[in-house]
Design a protein around this ligand. Structure first.
Ligand code: HEC
Length: 117
């Protein structure tokens, strides 16, 4: 009886250790940071709630900005794209401040494309 109980305890610990070892994928929806709020307000309408991309009603294909191959890879490329828009994306030059655009570049690179993403 004791052995059966011990087995249950060890099994539970083993499961807990396994789930703890793999960090949960970063969630834009659950995040309380300022950057995530900026994304939800300005970018989600096209890129989707978790940045996974989608096809809009007018047929525009919006890329996934976290997984797969990326067209814009460097800080400068991403910053310029957010600032100037193009190929179906609106420019954020007059909508977001320079600081906010820089925060979003770091957000894309670290939170969405980073190691724990
Ligand atoms: C009107 C719809 C729309 C909105 C709003 C929008 N995007 Fe985009 N986004 C696009 C489209 C379309 C592309 C593809 C552009 C291209 O292929 O050059 C894109 C591309 C991107 C890319 C490059 C993806 C890659 O493959 O490297 C990033 C990063 C990005 N958007 C970030 C943002 C951020 C951050 C915001 C909010 C500040 C935002 N977008 C808002 C439509 C949108």
């Amino acid at each position: 009886m004791i052995r059966a109980k011990l087995f249950v305890v060890f099994a539970a610990l083993a499961i807990a250790a396994c789930t703890a070892a793999r960090p949960a994928r970063y969630s834009i929806t659950d995040s309380k940071t300022y950057e995530a709020a900026l994304f939800r307000q300005n970018c989600m309408i096209c890129h989707g709630p978790e940045g996974e991309g989608k096809t809009l009603e007018d047929g525009r294909v919006i890329p996934n900005i976290r997984d797969g191959e990326h067209k814009y890879k460097t800080e400068k490329d991403i910053y310029d794209h957010i600032t100037n828009g193009g190929n179906g994306m609106v420019p954020f030059r007059n909508i977001l401040t320079e600081r906010e655009r820089n925060l979003l570049v770091q957000f894309v690179l670290n939170d969405l494309r980073g190691p724990a993403s």
